[in-house]
Write a protein that binds this ligand. Sequence first.
Ligand code: KG4
Ligand code: ZN
Length: 375
Amino acid sequence: MTNTDPYILGLESSCDETAVALVDAAGQVRVNAVISQVELHARFGGVVPEEASRKHLEAFLPMIREFMGEAGVGWDQIRAIAVTYAPGLIGCLLIGVETAKALAWRHDKPLIAVHHLKAHLHAPFLIPEIEGKTHLLLEKEQEFAVLPPNQNHQELNGTRRAIPNYPHVGLIVSGGHSSLALVTAPGVCRTIATTRDDAVGEAYDKVARLLEIGFPGGPVVDRRAAKGNPKRFPFTVPMRRKDAADFSFSGLKSAVARKVEELKSEGKLDDAAIDDLCAAFQATVIESLVGKSVEAAERNGVRDLLVVGGVASNRGLRSAMKSAAKGDMRIWFPHFSLCTDNAAMIAGLAWHVPPLAREDALELNPRAVLALESK
Ligand code: KG4
Ligand code: ZN
C-alpha cells in the first residue's frame, strides 16, 4: 500500500472519547487515534456532558493535524469526511458534526453522516494497524486458514481473509447500549432486542462504583472477576425465559448493591469478597448475553454472530460466546483496539454510506437518539 491510496477521514465524539481515523476502501486502518477523557470523568464516577464537549472542542483540530502529518497523508488523499451524528450526548455530537462540516467546506470534500451503533457493528470487518503493522487475522479467522466454499472473503495483498456473511446477528454491548440486531447489509439493521433499563457497560460502571474499584468499571470488574469465585454469591439471571426477548440489568445491579450493603454491615467486604462479587456479577451478565444472542442467531437462521462495543473486549464474554456457538455458527469480535469508541469504525462504515448531497451537508444536525432502523 502506498501513501497515494485515498482514505476516508473519520471523526467520533459521541461520548467521552475524541477520535480521529484514516481508513482505506479495503477496511485497512491507517490511523486510529483516540484521546480518552477517562481521567477527567473518573472523579465524578461518570461522564459529565458539558466537560466532555469542551474537551472535544479543544482536541479535534490539533489531533487531525498531528495524526495526518505523522502518517504523511495530505488533504489530496482524503476521499471524504465521515462523522458520527447519532446517537450520543448532543453537545458532544455537535462538536464533531460542526468540525466535520467546516473541514468538508474548507477542503471541498463530501460529508458522510454515520450512525454510531451501526459503525460499532462494522468494526469486525476492519483490519487494525498496530505499531505500524497490519493485523490481518482476526482472532477467529485463524481457524479458517482453508476457507470453506461460499465463504465470504476479501482479497488483500494476495491473501484471502474471511469476513462475516450477511445477514448476521450483531450484539452491541457498550456503555450506552445493549441491543441485538439483524444486519442484512452494511449499515442496514433491524432491532431484535434491546435493554429495558441499564446498558451492560453502564451496569459494569455502577457495580464498580458500588465496590469503589474505579471507572470505567468494565476492565476492572473483568480483571477481578478472573480471580473470584462466581458461585459464592449466586445472582438470578435476568429475563432468562425464552419468550423474554429483551435484556434488563438494573435488577442485577440492585441485587449486587444489596449484597454489598450486607457484607459492609458485617465487616466482610474484603478483597476476596469483592473478587467473588465481580465474578458472580460477570457470570450472570454473560449468561444473559450469550443465551439470547445464540438463540437470536438460530431463530433468524444465520451462521455469523458479531459481538461489538466496549464490553466486547471482556475476556470472559469472549470465551463464553465461543464455547456456546452451536454447529457451524461463527463468532466474530473486533480487534481489542476497535471495541471501545473509535473513529476507525466510523470511517470504515462510511465507505458503504452515500455522502450527503452538497446542499444538505451544511444542514446536518446531530441526533441524541436514533433507531437502528433509520436510513
Ligand atoms: O463502546 P464504548 O466505548 O462506549 C459507548 O458507546 O458507550 O463502551 C464503553 C463501556 C464502558 O461502560 C466500559 O465499562 C465497558 O464499555 N467496558 C467493558 C470492558 N472494557 C470496557 N465492560 C466489560 N469488560 C471489559 N473488559
Ligand atoms: Zn460506542
